[in-house]
Design a protein around this ligand. Structure first.
Ligand code: SF4
Ligand code: SF4
Length: 159
């Protein structure tokens, strides 16, 4: 599979593959946790090495509100907090020309994103799919996972 890096294509395919992904999500629930974690972690390492986040920055342009106003202050100017709290996605104030201006001191949540090195992948697919439409790393890992597992949409009721 050729890696997909085009953000418009990824957003488009996320819509087209909505039912397919939901079916794959159900399939994953019955798989061996450790086996899926091992594959997902390896794919994450491989794909992350091939995708340049400084050419993307899409996660920083599609933030979802997080719990407290104090936490939001890191990403939003104080006067805009109430406005951004109710949006589905917004751009972080620290992003300039697709680059993080506080990269070396960025919050831990930014360092951990897109969280694919965590365990128990099969219990976290809801969150993974939320990031799938925005993040080329997540998109490609999820698609390659289908291939590695030999999962085929033709064998499901989706089609
Ligand atoms: S602090 Fe930096 S890495 Fe985190 S969301 Fe903002 S721009 Fe992105
Ligand atoms: S983590 Fe994903 S969405 Fe964020 S910059 Fe890297 S490839 Fe883009």
């Amino acid at each position: 599979m050729e890696l997909e890096r085009n953000l418009e294509n990824i957003a488009q395919m996320a819509k087209v593959k909505e039912k397919e992904n939901s079916s794959f999500q159900s399939y994953l629930k019955n798989q061996d946790t450790d086996k899926i974690d091992a594959i997902a972690h390896r794919l994450n390492d491989e794909i992350t090495a091939l995708i340049d986040c400084t050419e993307c920055g899409n996660c920083c342009q599609n933030l979802r509100p997080i719990a407290t106003n104090e936490e939001l202050r890191v990403f939003v100017e104080p006067q805009n907090i109430e406005k951004f709290k109710y949006l589905e996605g917004f751009q972080c104030k620290n992003l300039k020309d697709k680059k993080c201006t506080i990269y070396t001191t960025r919050p831990e949540v930014c360092r951990l994103y897109p969280f694919l090195d965590r365990d128990k992948f099969i219990t976290r697919t809801y969150g993974v799919l939320q990031n799938y439409e925005h993040c080329p790393i997540v998109f490609n890992v999820f698609e390659l996972l289908k291939i590695e597992l030999g999962w085929c949409v033709e064998n499901t009721s989706v089609k």
